[in-house]
Design a protein around this ligand. Structure first.
Ligand code: F3S
Length: 426
């Protein structure tokens, strides 16, 4: 890999041993990937504060410097971690103390995480505590090179914002935060950003349920490739594309898609394919739509629902407001729990608007920082859950061994109030 002078200096220790270890990691990583060079980044987002038993052991042995060196720099050496060199934020992690007594989640992990927040925060990591940094102020601009983790955030950054990031890991984001560098390969290069598949929807795609189902279909077809989406696509909003991207990255591994006329790198289908001939189109019609709905509901048997989960990816204010409205004047069924997950920063606004109070008054819980999949935790005794998220319907049954129903936000609120699943595809 070709190194610039500042990169060589960092590798050779000019900025201290932690930065040298970070540069060493990036060089090893870049060479393994076949990258020819590193690119500059000023936007790093990683799940740095996620608690785990391994992290607890490392902290006991050598404090947070050791935990950072081992997990975020893949180094056995001992050194002090300097302040982050470039703007860095932390993404979702485990539950915080607002979930104590609500989620069966160990208090020791909450404490470990609070400690982690102090350490990482003092070193310049902004504690956003959400899988949707783009909802709370981290909005990279078109063409900006980033080093982000979290598949649903990566696909949003690349596709909707036109930023450039691969799906990074804990070590590469740690190294990027101390150097401002990341291997320049994959989605960082223009030639790797053109469409590979053409998918046409023959049915209207409108609202987050349908955008989620369409995304689930698309991800399954293209896997890790780059779909170009055309057809009867109604104007999406942030929530629709959040659900769409998360679903493509669950049934497949999509990191970048194009919707001509909507996403920034695709003014036209021709531009989305970089002037190359478009491949034969794959059609998404009513039979495919019904098949996706069936797949996402094939882990549901009992109509008696114990748990409703909303806010995957973390909810927007609009979604929180819709839940508050749908619950207005109603009470949850005794024995059914409803959790809505949202970014910590948005909860402040939701509180000022009275949304959280309406949800709490009905018996629901408004939680931040994490989710049942990330923290492997749902209300005690949950056997059947329902969600409006294709991503959670895909993952949670396998993670927690529970049944799942998938439907609209309103179907989910109805189940929370009646205790029964009655959602049907319209
Ligand atoms: Fe976010 Fe958890 Fe869903 S991290 S994207 S709410 S699985």
């Amino acid at each position: 890999m070709r190194l610039a002078d500042d990169e060589k200096a960092m590798r050779d220790g000019a900025e201290g041993p932690a930065v040298a270890a970070a540069m060493d990691l990036l060089i090893r990583y870049g060479e393994a990937l076949g990258a020819e060079r590193l690119c500059d980044t000023r936007n790093v987002a990683g799940t740095m504060t996620q608690p785990s038993p391994i992290k607890a052991t490392l902290v006991r042995e050598g404090g947070w410097n050791k935990a950072f060196a081992t997990i975020n720099l893949d180094s056995d050496e001992e050194f002090d971690i300097p302040h982050m060199r470039v703007p860095t934020c932390q993404l979702q992690h485990g539950f915080s103390d607002d979930a104590l007594g609500v989620a069966p989640y160990p208090a020791s992990m909450v404490e470990l995480q609070a400690d982690a927040e102090s350490f990482y925060g003092a070193h310049g990591v902004n504690i956003l505590a959400t899988c949707t940094p783009y909802q709370v102020g981290n909005l990279p601009v078109r063409g900006e090179h980033c080093a982000w983790m979290e598949s649903s955030a990566v696909v949003y950054a690349n596709s909707v914002l036109g930023a450039r990031t691969n799906c990074e890991g804990g070590a590469s984001t740690g190294a990027a935060s101390l150097t401002g560098k990341i291997p320049c390969w994959g989605n960082h290069l223009s030639e790797n950003r053109y469409g590979t598949h053409l998918i046409e929807s023959a049915v209207p795609v409108e609202g987050s349920l349908d955008w989620g189902m369409f995304g689930y279909f698309v991800g399954d077809i293209v896997q890790e490739n780059r779909p170009v989406l055309v057809g009867d696509l109604r104007q999406p909003d942030l929530t629709d594309l959040k659900h769409f991207g998360a679903a493509t990255a669950s049934s497949g591994g999509v990191e970048l898609y194009h919707i001509p006329g909507i996403t920034p790198e695709a003014p036209t289908p021709e531009a989305a394919f970089g002037g190359r001939p478009a491949p034969e189109k794959i059609v998404y019609g009513e039979p495919e739509r019904r098949a996706v709905h069936e797949t996402l509901n094939n882990q549901g048997e009992s109509e008696d629902v114990d748990f409703i989960l909303l806010g995957c990816p973390h909810a927007s204010l609009d979604q929180v407001a819709r839940v508050a409205r749908a619950l207005d004047g109603r009470r949850l069924n005794p024995g059914t729990e409803l959790w809505i997950m949202l970014p910590r920063a948005l909860r402040v606004v939701a509180e000022r608007n009275g949304y959280t109070e309406s949800i709490r008054r009905a018996g629901g819980r408004v939680l931040t920082d994490s989710c049942p999949a990330m923290s492997r935790s749902a209300p005690e005794g949950t056997r059947v859950f329902a969600t409006d998220s294709a991503k959670q319907a895909h993952y949670l049954p396998a993670i927690l061994g529970i049944e799942a129903w998938f439907g609209t936000l309103e179907d989910c609120v109805d189940a929370a109030v009646t205790g029964k699943w009655r959602g049907e595809l319209q």
